[in-house]
Design a protein around this ligand. Sequence first.
Ligand SMILES: C[S@@+](CC[C@H](N)C(=O)[O-])C[C@H]1O[C@@H](n2cnc3c(N)ncnc32)[C@H](O)[C@@H]1O
Length: 368
Amino acid sequence: MSDSIRCLEFFSGIGGLHYAVNIAGVDAQVIAAFDVNEIANKVYEHNFKKKPLNKTIERLTPNDIAKYKADCWLLSPPCQPYTQGGREKDCDDPRAKPLMHLIDLLPRLADPPRYLFLENVKNFESSQSRRKLVEQLDALGYEIHECLLSPIQFGIPNHRLRYYLTARRCHNTQAKNDVSDSYVDRCTINTTWPFSEEAHFELPELSIFLQPEADDDERYKVPFKDLKRLHNFRLDIVRPDSRKTSCVTKSYGSHHIMTSGSMMQTKKLEITEYDWSNSESLTELGLRFLTPTEIARLHAFPLEKYHEGVISNTTSVMGGCRPFIGPTVQPYLEFPSSVTIGQRYRLLGNSLNCWVVAELLRCHLFQR
Ligand SMILES: C[S@@+](CC[C@H](N)C(=O)[O-])C[C@H]1O[C@@H](n2cnc3c(N)ncnc32)[C@H](O)[C@@H]1O
């Protein structure tokens, strides 16, 4: 009988956490996924050949969960309750309900999961939701670790500062009766990778993540009408030799060009200083959006095609942590042709960096 770790993936989206498990190369498998977004579920099923359950998570009962005999919960709940755009309503936001429900379910299970992993936006660390989660985990005897990390720290030229929580329950741990030594009073949130001593991974040029053919593709051009609305706002313009890009949000590719992610300069590459007061001058730069494939590469999804420069570096450094290697483990992320470019941007903007999660699973949560 296989004793591989049985994972449940809650809020599965396009399966970023499932891909991370595969990339980590650990003895674990995702046995079921849960999400209510039908488009995300279509992409998930296309790639993993298994449809996530589209029942809202707050309606799951202890019996629904117990039947999977899961050892691990992987969670990436909606981030809007903790963002300015979502008005930071925290536990009072209806979108926080499914997470609250899972927290309430934990002590009602005869056999709670041995491992738990959660990803969310920066800000979650100061929320009431996070407090409820860690208090529950602490009371149930989990060993908790929290961190705030960005793919930049892993050698990937993309900013995406995210909160990660790992929790491990030791066998035979009884629920804690003594609350005097509570985790919330002594916790620290780690911001270095690896945790012991920071490594410095060299950041590669953006060029090795790019699809040069997209430079002439009208679908990715930044419309002039949107540039005209900038009113001195400084976009994050990147070039093929850049070594950093901004965090891609779910509005990327739409008319929200200001803070949704970086814009690629494809012309007049000798111009590196911009006249923000004159939007006409920006048109000669041939600005385009990153393509969904380029974003998927920056988010380290397994894809059939990575530039050789992204797959050749396999040197392991410090505590077994690896510099980024473009993952080619199957299944790849592919979008069914019926999923529009706009939908692809939204799904990818909602998703996560698979490499960062894979390294946290491999070097930290599942390390025996
Ligand atoms: C931040 S995204 C997670 C993205 C995912 N990690 C990925 O790699 O694509 C949150 C997901 O939670 C799903 N969701 C939100 N509320 C839900 C609910 N009540 N029950 C089930 N899924 C829900 C959304 O449809 C969305 O796909």
